[in-house]
Design a protein around this ligand. Structure first.
Ligand SMILES: CCCCCCCC/C=C\CCCCCCCC(=O)NCC(=O)O
Ligand SMILES: [Zn+2]
Ligand SMILES: [Zn+2]
Length: 512
């Protein structure tokens, strides 16, 4: 048998060499022939007669909007008086909208707003532009470069809570409609503007009621656009151009309360184990054991493939051959919070409460874990994984709220709604690539799933890595140039939505 060893080894080496040669050939061919998904429509120029400038008047309206402290604290706990003042401010700020016979305005759920702008062609399905009136609370106020509710303009930026989440899209879409109507233009396709007042606490009293009202009326919506992923500049590894990321689905969410009850008493006579200690070990286990990578199983793979031809060579080879390199790309994506969020269900420990006094042993401790669920996982799978990792019967798990990952909306060349979005984006951001992805955070669209199968989440502004921590964080701001793009994006989307939504499928044209 040993005399055959050289022969066996030769066969093994030859087999390995052949396999490597075949794999290399396939990788090279796919890299060189991978399709492009990009288009290049005519650019919107600041010199166009219908360009909307971020002039003094419009900037003043936006900075005033930021000054309303419409904070949502927790489900059902907000700032009603600020919301009422903000709603009244909106009414006063857009006189053409609020006096037009084409516009029906409704206050829904006490504070949310639903506008219907009647189109001239009733045969076209209406669409919806969504945003929200509320903002998250402020933290570390003293560390802001400008007062968080000032709307102060500094070095070309407007500072304030809500500037990128999401009063930019609320005011930007209203400015676009005001501009259109003030020029005597009636859109062909009816559109809704839907502004919830409690998006930051789940939209249960705002967007949910808007969704219910439209459902009861039997309304069917061609497509819905809400806040979402931005035009990332320097956000996607391997791509030098800006990438407009259109979220065609949204991660699920499950907020889990962990609770431990143990012996309380005097601080001078502690038991071996405390509620705080037991819970601290449990949350440490969750942090040390991230949920498994799902990279390559969901829309995140499309996100790379749609820009593969525009990537630098090593990344282009990887993105064109995810069938082989998914594990390697998953490893790269796990390195940063903003890319890791696309690879797996994330685990964020967002609160830990225990104890009332230095010399009193806390009889109970509570923590909350905020999971954002990858589109290819379920709420149940996430909870089961947590239980296995914690593996401690003293730790009780209670689901505070949950939402499964959203359905995936149509995208690509075969989708007329995705195509109109892509072309509008490229009019405003001519040097940007457009790619489908999924929202790592959640939006009011969770309440609109039955209204439309074409739901997109996209923020029409350019974001760099240094901007990411500003979401819900310190020094939230938007550049004046970006705010100007926001207004013009919505204007061109409305204009483009007046054209028939067509797609060439095998030589036929389907019209929505
Ligand atoms: C692989 C490419 C990496 C790109 C990194 C982009 C990360 C995503 C950028 C922005 C996130 C969008 C957030 C805007 C909407 C936030 C809505 C919100 O706050 N909802 C409430 C909640 O989710 O709790
Ligand atoms: Zn938001
Ligand atoms: Zn938010």
């Amino acid at each position: 048998m040993w005399t055959n060893l050289p022969r066996v080894l030769t066969l093994v080496v030859r087999g390995f060499a052949l396999t490597l040669a075949v794999l290399t050939t396939v990788v090279v061919i796919r890299t060189l022939t991978f399709p492009s998904y990009q288009t290049s429509p005519p650019e919107c120029k600041t010199t166009d007669p219908d360009f909307i400038p971020a002039d003094e008047e419009r900037l003043a309206r936006f900075t005033s909007a930021i000054q309303f402290q419409t904070v949502s604290y927790e489900r059902g706990v907000g700032t009603p008086q600020e919301l009422l003042k903000f709603v009244r401010f909106i009414q006063e700020s857009f006189p053409t909208i609020h006096s037009s016979p084409l516009v029906r305005r409704e206050v829904v759920g006490n504070y949310s707003l639903l506008y219907r702008v009647e189109g001239s062609d009733g045969s076209l399905e209406p669409y919806m532009l969504a945003s929200h009136l509320d903002v998250v609370p402020i933290t570390q106020e003293a560390s802001w470069e400008a007062p968080p509710f000032s709307g102060q303009v500094r070095d070309g930026y407007i500072y304030g809570r809500g500037t990128i989440d999401a009063k930019h899209s609320l005011m930007g879409s209203l400015e676009a409609v005001e501009f259109l109507l003030s020029r005597g233009h009636q859109p062909k396709r009816t559109l809704y503007l839907a502004f919830g007042h409690d998006e930051e606490t789940g939209g249960h009293f705002g967007a949910k009621v808007i969704g219910d009202v439209l459902t009861e009326r039997g309304e069917k919506i061609a497509f819905i656009l809400d806040e979402g992923t931005p035009v990332g500049d320097g956000l996607m590894p391997g791509v030098s151009k800006p990438v407009a990321m259109v979220s065609v689905s949204e991660k699920g969410i499950v907020d889990v309360k962990l609770k431990v009850q143990a012996e309380g008493g005097h601080g001078s006579m502690p038991a071996r184990k405390s509620a705080i200690g037991i819970l601290a070990r449990a949350v440490q286990k969750l942090e040390d054991n991230p949920h498994p990578s799902m990279f390559g199983t969901g829309p995140e793979a499309r996100m790379l493939e749609y820009v593969a031809t525009e990537m630098t060579l090593p990344y282009r080879m990887l993105a064109s051959n995810l069938w082989l390199f998914s594990p390697l790309v998953a490893w790269v994506y796990a390195k940063k919070p903003q890319t890791n969020a696309f690879a797996r269900t994330t685990t964020a420990l967002t609160s830990f409460t225990a104890g009332v006094k230095d010399n009193v042993i806390a009889p109970e401790a509570e923590a909350v874990v905020d999971h954002r669920i990858h589109p290819m996982q379920t709420v149940e799978e996430v909870l089961e994984f947590d239980r296995k990792v914690i593996d401690d019967a003293r730790v009780m798990l209670e689901v505070k709220g949950s939402l499964p990952p959203s359905p995936v909306s149509p995208h690509g060349k075969d989708s007329p709604t995705y195509t109109v979005l892509q072309e509008t984006i490229q009019q405003i951001f001519p040097d940007a690539l457009v790619t489908p992805t999924f929202m790592v955070a959640n939006t009011d669209t969770r309440h609109y799933w039955n209204l439309s199968s074409a739901i997109y989440r996209f923020n029409p502004y350019v974001m760099t890595p240094s901007d990411l921590p500003r979401f819900h964080g310190l020094n939230e701001r938007i550049s004046v140039r970006n705010y100007e793009r926001v207004m013009n994006f919505y204007y061109h989307l409305i204009v483009n939505m007046d054209k028939p939504l067509e797609v060439k499928r095998h030589g036929h044209e389907d019209e929505l």
